[in-house]
Design a protein around this ligand. Structure first.
Ligand code: NOJ
Length: 539
């Protein structure tokens, strides 16, 4: 791959460090464990890993409550181990992304401890404070009252333990100044830029920006606030002073995020929720459509339309939209898919789509969502997606040598039959399917981020989807039918389709069931068994 702008066409792998590999038997994953598993990641074929926060933290939100931006939580290791992780990853051609959590800190961060003091100091304005008698309704988040030395309440978008940093909240005009250009707030931003330089100097290859849109909230206004965009653009400038670094947003407004905040990529989160996860009852969103990647089958048109619109706008700005298999914030996709064959069908799309995909650890073996597993470290409904990686059928699934009762989270009960070791030895496993698809994507540029895409069969209410990828010296037809109902699809070609010019056959490259090669004629008949995907080379 061309080293320049590698992040636009890479396959990423998300590591939840707590649960990936424990190396010292304390029951929790660590950096040494990740180093130990780098060869596995290399064998998977991924290009880069993204680590959830590994900073020192009281872990009220699993590390998204940072107490020191320039260090490593002792439970994960230390800076020396981190440096070695970077070195060992790079040795294997794997890049490393950190999580940048700048919307808030922990309430135990020394900045906050100073800020909450009665006596004015350098940090007094670094957080969002207001009078306890007139808390402003920002429409989201809450005010923590009566808990600070100073006679004010602080704003927190997330938990009480995560006070928001101040990037100039316009509703909070203060006599002593609260604008974006206020010298105290400028000092905060300079400090945060120093954090970015600190990790880039250590060799990290980029960042995933946490809660990127949440930095500044203005009552009644939706979308990315001007100050939020200004701040991320400033961070972008710092990142650009290093060569070839990725800057990816956890965002909800996609194209807008990219343009105004100058990200290289943006997760496709709300749509992936609707596609791959049941809505938790607490979350009032529009009703989910019947899920395409489920035994019942369902409509995919809405997803494809929204995705490709965002994608086109993004690449015009030299950026990409990142499709994901899941994340530490949503139930695992296996819950919706229900069957391994359907999980494979989703991977077939994820890995042959114009995107730079993220695979959430464990999804490549179809790890299950554990319903009602007791929450820890603020995980709540996300708990069931954070259980230890299932490496083999041995003690604690090979995750840790600790007593099972000491594990950070218990190992899912299906580990004797669902683990990396078993799936490595089965040619038709999800794991080997994912590996095959990544290999195909790497060896054939048209199936990656920049090949053309054409829908050959996509209809509202239909349970199957057929598309082609072509234009960079190779061409493919991908057929998906995740549902339990088999079907026959007839494709009529006009003779104008570039990808079929001179083609004689559709040759199966990788599929969930053995399928024959098909002669290319004016009308192609495709038999799609139930729970099926196939990637054919058009040749
Ligand atoms: C998004 C993260 O992915 C999530 O895990 C966290 O709770 C919030 N941001 C707050 O940092």
């Amino acid at each position: 791959m061309n080293s320049s702008k590698w992040y636009l066409n890479s396959v990423f792998y998300q590591i939840y460090p707590q649960s990936f590999q424990d190396s010292n038997g304390d029951g929790i994953g660590d950096l040494e464990g990740i180093i130990y598993r780098l060869d596995y990641l290399k064998s998977l074929g991924i290009d880069a890993i993204w680590l959830n926060p590994i900073y020192p933290s009281p872990f009220k939100d699993a590390g998204y409550d940072v107490a020191d931006y320039k260090n490593i939580a002792p439970r994960y290791g230390d800076l020396n181990t981190f440096d070695r992780l970077i070195k060992e990853a790079h040795k294997r051609g794997i890049k490393v992304l950190m999580d940048l959590v700048f919307n808030h800190t922990s309430n135990e961060h020394p900045w906050f401890k100073q800020s909450q003091k009665m006596e004015r100091n350098r940090y007094s304005k670094w957080y969002v404070w207001c009078s306890p008698f007139e808390p402003i309704n920002l429409g989201t988040g809450s005010w923590a009252m009566w808990v600070s030395e100073r006679y004010e309440s602080y704003y927190h978008q997330f938990t009480f333990y995560q006070p928001d940093l101040n990037f100039g909240f316009p509703n909070l005009a203060r006599e002593d100044g609260n604008s974006y250009d206020d010298p105290d707030l400028k000092a905060l931003r300079e400090e945060l830029k120093g954090v970015v330089r600190f990790w880039l100097d250590r060799g990290v290859d980029g960042f995933r920006a946490d809660a990127m849109e949440a930095l500044v909230i203005e009552a009644g206004k939706k979308g990315i606030h001007g100050n939020t965009a200004r701040f991320w653009s400033e961070i972008r400038q710092v990142i650009d002073s290093y060569k070839d670094k990725a800057f990816i947003a956890e965002g909800f407004h996609h194209t807008e995020d990219i343009a105004r905040c100058k990200f290289n990529g943006c997760f496709f989160i709300p749509q992936t929720w609707r596609l791959l996860a049941p809505d938790p009852p607490q979350r009032k969103r529009e009703p989910s459509p019947v899920k395409f990647f489920s035994p019942q089958g369902g409509d995919l048109t809405w997803f494809v339309e929204e995705y490709l619109k965002e994608y086109k706008e993004a690449i015009e700005q030299d950026a990409i939209i990142n499709m994901i298999s899941g994340s530490h914030d949503m139930p695992r996709m296996s819950w919706i898919c229900q069957k391994d064959e359907i999980i494979k069908a989703y991977f077939a799309m994820l890995l042959t789509y114009p995107t730079a995909p993220f695979i959430y650890y464990g999804d490549e073996i179809g790890m299950q969502y554990w319903v009602n597993l007791p929450s820890r470290e603020g995980a709540s409904f996300r708990t069931g997606s954070r259980t230890p990686m299932q490496w083999n059928g041995k003690k604690n699934a090979g995750f840790s040598s600790a007593e099972s009762s000491r594990l950070y989270f218990p190992v899912n009960k299906d580990y004797p039959v669902r683990n990396v070791e078993i799936q490595e030895s089965s040619p038709t496993s999800i794991l080997n399917t994912v590996k095959g698809l990544i290999k195909l994507r790497k060896e054939n540029p048209s199936s990656g981020a920049f090949g053309n895409i054409r829908h050959l069969h996509l209809k509202k209410g239909d349970k199957s989807y057929i598309y082609s990828r072509y234009g960079q010296g190779d061409a493919f037809l991908i057929a998906l039918n995740p549902s339990d109902t088999s079907r026959k699809i007839r494709l009529k070609l006009t003779g104008e389709e570039e990808e079929f010019k001179g083609a004689k056959y559709l040759v199966p490259e990788i599929s969930s069931q053995k399928v024959p090669k098909i002669a290319v004629e004016k009308e192609i008949s495709l038999w799609l068994p139930s729970n099926f995907f196939a990637v054919y080379r058009i040749s």
